[in-house]
Design a protein around this ligand. Sequence first.
Ligand code: C2E
Ligand code: CA
Ligand code: CA
Length: 536
Amino acid sequence: MNSVVSFLIAAKHQSKVQFSLWLVCFLALLAASSWFMLRELNASMNNEVSRALETYTKVRSSVVETLDVMDRQLTADPCSADYATQQRRIAYLPDGMNELFFFEHGKIICTANNGLLPKPIDLGEPDIAASNPFTVTLWINRNLDALGLAGLRGSFAVRGNHGMVVPATPIPTGISKWLEFEVVLRAPDGRWWHTSGEPGLYARSLAQSNGPFGLRDGALTTIQCDLAGLHCLAARVTLGQLLVVGGAVLGLSLIVCAILAAWLSNKIYAQLARHWSFESRFLRRFQSQGVACAYQPLLDLDMDLVTGCEVLARWHDVDGTLVYPDRFIPIVEKHGLTKPFTRLVVDRAHAELLPLVPLGKRMQVNFNIFPQDLEAAALLDIFAPFLGSASRFDLTIEIVETGALELDTAQVQIERLREAGVHIYIDDFGAGYSSMHTLAGLSVDGVKLDRSFAMAPDESVMARMLDHAIDMVQDSGRRVVVEGVETAARLAALKACGKVHFAQGYYISRPLDRDAFARFIAERGPRPSARPRLVA
Ligand code: C2E
Ligand code: CA
Ligand code: CA
């Protein structure tokens, strides 16, 4: 899960994520439109087949109607001259049935066109025998040579003594060219006889079961029978045939799917980006998880011992990456979460540091606060775990001056905080808004020179200004803290000048997690028995 999230939020993978989204949308749309088109095709194929079946239903009703007429109107003696006249009258009716005959003992005795046959035609065993005297017996697809219809085939339909030749019915001309079909005649017991179309299609269609999208073996297939279940029509169209017939439609739908997928994936990506933006991730997990602390050791230069730390906030991203304050501090401020955020840092730091300070010993802990939160009552509440007579910590709050800091008000708040035992340092002195005016106007305990002084190359203007800044702060009676100490030479120089109380910087130690800080202080901190009580 974490690796998926990491992949999704990594900036370098964004084009891959966008392309994958597009592909998923494209395939989904393609599947949906294919399903829709195949469904429509299936419906239109079924319509065509049922229209075609109407022809066969008509043939069947013509047979029954003609037999009814024969039963009513053939009143003369069978095979007499009058009988032949009556037969011919019925044969001329426009229903397609014109070879009528008289049938007795399994044989055709006389027909409307041939009169009395010199030799009765024995039809033999029927293919579909009548189940009762009111139904029709059928001999399917027989040779009609004996009736003088050389080369023709047709079926014999008989009821009682009356019968007729049912000519083979060709498939109706209106059926689509792209459909393959087969018409069969089917007996109630399931036997069937091919009558027209593609031989074998009916059998194949019966054997195959439906696959995805209603496809069978890469083709759309249907079987329909007329109401009596006598004529059945199997129809089939392969994807290949569909591509030939509907290639243009398919091309167009591919283009439409591609465009729609681009639009849809853009929308989803924007939604995802909003959901997975750093800001959303940070805010979603703000209260519950993510906040972590790093501890950067503070070196007491008089004792050459690490006597405390500055607590620096960190944040664990959803994929476990450690995020630095420059990314989340602006978000905290933008959403007015400064106080809850400081509280989270304070509580976590207290839980992690307390076990490191043995009973009766003390540790200096510096926190950063947001300048707009300089309000004694709220801060005393937030920092309560570090205060009180039982506390093992000497608490320092570092404040950065901003344009918004109103000196008189700030001074009142600082006084209240100091009365409650909190030390106050001005942070980043020498950068941004901090000025001599601030130093003179606020009764702070110490000043942290901006790290750009100590980090400046030797002999640079900033490096030379470091000494002046140290002098100036010392002259104001405040403690001097120099941060950004990155070299042994710089540390040695600071020690030698004898005016700096604390040093902090990568040369001494980078900010550490709790365990590393515990090891560090065990090595570089005061011996447990000799650890002095720190007084600002
Ligand atoms: P800051 O208060 O000036 O903190 C010191 C920053 O300098 C830290 O960066 C620290 O890692 C870095 N630093 C320390 N020694 C050296 C060094 O020798 N060389 C260099 N190049 N850098 C050094 P970080 O942790 O990224 O913090 C940046 C800023 O974020 C802090 O500046 C502070 O203004 C703010 N911040 C950090 N934690 C908190 C917090 O809990 N609350 C508030 N309000 N602000 C915080
Ligand atoms: Ca600071
Ligand atoms: Ca600073």
